[in-house]
Design a binder for this molecule. Structure first.
Ligand code: 4LI
Ligand code: NI
Length: 184
């Protein structure tokens, strides 16, 4: 199982690399890595398991964060209508998105960033993501709200982008025009 010792932190070169596509159908090794990402996110949200293994809670994790520079991510998040989005995908890609933006009013955190970086992170309000699941089946997701934010944060990791790269350096809390404010 993945623990915090496996998660690399900012300053590690892998976090700023563009990760490689995973051959589909996936190898047994790639399937195990993808499953371990989802296992971590789920474990980290269970208070007992998180306390037992010292896991920092997260709702998303990308393979580069465990020093595997391959295009894989896992998300386990409930939206504000109580719908659970639990996905582990190979080669996820945003194939369309809204013009409208959205952001978390509390800012974003990252398991690879051991500090608080305040500021609004502008994201697309709605995205359509296509990827492949652990069995090699194509998956297409239409996302909005917090799930859309998390997928964009994790897909950024596959392109070597950190959430704070999107924060306005001169005014981190500058209002984002016409954007949806997501309170959590
Ligand atoms: C600087 N302010 C903040 O961090 C911040 C501050 C307040 C609110 C939010 C909403 C913030 N923002 C933020 N909070 C989260 N969590 C909220 C708590 N939660 C959690 C905690 C405990 C048990 C179970 C769970 Cl579920 C885990 C996830 N996660 C992310 N991100 C950004 S997208 C990837 C995702 C991620 O998994 N990061 C590790 N951002
Ligand atoms: Ni992150």
């Amino acid at each position: 199982m993945i623990t915090m010792n496996d998660i690399i932190r900012e300053g590690h070169p892998t976090l700023t690399m563009v990760a490689k596509e995973v051959p589909i159908p996936p190898s047994e090794e790639d399937r195990e890595v993808l499953s371990s990402l989802l296992e971590y996110v789920i474990n980290s949200q269970d208070p007992e398991t998180a306390a037992k293994y010292g896991l920092r809670p997260g709702i998303g994790l990308a393979a580069p964060q465990i020093n595997v520079s391959k295009r894989m991510l896992a998300v386990n998040v409930t939206d504000n209508q109580g719908k659970l989005y639990s996905y582990a995908l190979f080669n996820p890609k945003i194939i369309s998105h809204s013009i409208e933006k959205a952001y978390l009013t509390s800012g974003e955190g990252c398991l690879s960033v051991d500090r608080n970086v305040p500021g609004f992170v502008p994201r697309y309000a709605r995205v359509t993501v296509r990827g492949w699941d652990v069995d090699g089946n194509e998956v297409k997701l239409r996302l909005k709200g917090l799930p859309a934010i998390v997928f964009q944060h994790e897909i950024d990791h596959l392109n070597g982008i950190m959430f704070y790269d999107h924060i306005n350096p001169s005014n981190p809390f500058e209002p984002i025009p016409d954007a949806i404010a997501i309170e959590r």
